[in-house]
Design a protein. Structure first.
Length: 141
């Protein structure tokens, strides 16, 4: 378990489990995406135009991942997932989503605000310290 700043305990999910849920959360028509350590992923619609997917993903996560007070980066939307448990939290970066698992939250029935704030926090962590854990690429160069 990891300790949150407000001393509430949450569970981390293993990378293999995270990857499994993220795969199920993405529409299968999108085959090119990059997943970061804390669950943020970026989907690329025109990957055939991008030679270096990893460096492009790093540039985008550094630009749109961090959360700044009073900025658009604080905005989020929450979507319930149909093909797996959990939610995706989107923000102001196009094609950027963060997976939130129910086991990560201490609440049995969290409301949309709690889910969104938690997902936004995870995106902020990925934006400030980006670590790529998976690249899914259909288009080969």
């Amino acid at each position: 378990m990891k300790q949150k700043a407000d001393h509430q305990k949450t569970e981390e999910i293993a990378e293999t489990e995270l990857l499994h849920h993220v795969r199920l959360s993405i529409n299968p028509k999108f085959q090119d995406w990059v997943l970061f350590k804390n669950g943020t992923y970026i989907i690329f619609e025109h990957a055939e135009e991008i030679r270096h997917l990893e460096s492009t993903a790093l540039k985008l996560i550094k630009e749109f991942g961090p959360v700044y007070s009073g900025e658009r980066s604080e905005d989020f939307d929450v979507t319930d997932l149909k093909n797996t448990e959990g939610w995706i939290v989107s923000g102001h970066g196009y094609g950027m989503y963060t997976y939130v698992s129910p086991q990560e939250l201490k609440y049995k029935k969290p409301d949309t605000a709690k889910i969104g704030l938690f997902g936004r926090k995870k995106r902020d962590l990925d934006g400030r310290n980006p670590v790529i854990i998976h690249v899914n690429r259909k288009v080969k160069f």
